[in-house]
Design a protein around this ligand. Structure first.
Ligand code: BEZ
Length: 211
C-alpha cells in the first residue's frame, strides 16, 4: 500500500525502545516526524539518529515528536543507542520502533524489494495532530537525510496552516510567502491587509508574521 499526502497515517501497535505503543494514541495532539532506517549498527543510520537527538529542542519547540524505525529488535536498538550516544555526543530519548517482522515497514511502504526485501529504505512521514500525512520523502540507503530540510518543511507546513499561505522555492523562515491561487484578490484584502506584490495575477507575494 502506498501512503499519500492527505491520507490518515495508518495506525499500528508496536514494541519500541520506550515500551509498547498504539501509534495514534502516541501521536496525541502533536506533530510527528516518523523516519525509517535500514538497520542498527550501520554508519549512516547512526549519524541520522544522532542528528535527530541533537535537534530534540528544535522538534519540541514545534510540537513535533520524532519516532524512528529499524528492522531489528528492541534489545538491539537499545544497545545501538548506547553507540549513538557515545559517537554522536547526545542522549537519545525518542522511541525507535522494533520492526523485526517488517509489519510496520510493509504497512508504510518502507520496503522497496528491488533495494532490499529485509531492510527499510529511508522514509520520512510528517504527520499532523489530526493524524494526516502532510509530507513523504524517500531516500536510498546510502544517502543520509538533510535535517535542516526536515525542520524547514515543518516550519513551512505550520506557517502555511497558520497564515493560509504557500512557500516559494528555497523559502526560509522570515522570507516572503505566496498567496495561493485559491484565494481571490477580494478575499486576500481581508486575509492579507498588509497588501502584496502582484508579479503575475497567479503569482502574488507578501510578508506575514513569522514569530
Ligand atoms: C548505513 O546506515 O550506513 C547503511 C545502511 C544500509 C545500507 C547502506 C548504508
Amino acid at each position: 500500500m502506498s501512503i499519500r499526502i492527505g491520507d490518515i497515517a495508518p495506525n499500528f501497535h508496536a514494541e519500541t525502545t520506550n515500551g509498547p505503543i498504539d501509534f495514534h494514541d502516541w501521536i496525541g495532539s502533536s506533530w510527528v516526524f516518523f523516519f525509517s532506517h535500514p538497520a542498527d549498527f550501520t554508519p549512516v543510520c547512526t549519524t541520522e539518529m544522532g542528528r535527530t537527538s541533537q535537534l530534540s529542542d528544535q522538534f519540541e519547540a514545534r510540537n513535533v515528536k520524532p519516532i524512528g524505525l529499524s528492522t531489528d529488535t528492541v534489545e538491539e536498538h537499545k544497545t545501538w543507542v548506547l553507540d549513538v550516544n557515545d559517537t554522536q555526543n547526545t542522549t537519545l530519548t525518542f522511541p525507535i520502533v522494533a520492526d523485526k517482522d517488517l509489519k510496520v515497514s510493509e504497512l508504510y511502504g518502507m520496503i522497496h524489494p528491488n533495494e532490499s526485501t529485509t531492510a527499510a529504505v529511508r522514509s520520512v512521514f510528517i504527520i499532523d495532530p489530526d493524524k494526516k500525512v502532510r509530507l513523504t520523502l524517500t531516500y536510498p540507503m546510502n544517502v543520509g537525510r538533510n535535517f535542516d530540510e526536515i525542520i524547514r518543511v515543518i516550519d513551512a507546513l505550520q506557517l502555511g496552516d497558520a497564515e493560509k499561505i504557500a512557500t516559494p522555492a528555497d523559502w526560509r523562515p522570515g522570507g516572503k510567502v505566496i498567496i495561493p491561487p485559491s484565494i481571490s484578490n477580494e478575499q486576500a484584502k481581508d486575509i492579507f491587509p498588509q497588501g502584496w506584490d502582484e508579479i503575475r495575477p497567479y503569482l502574488r507575494v507578501t510578508d506575514v508574521n513569522q514569530a
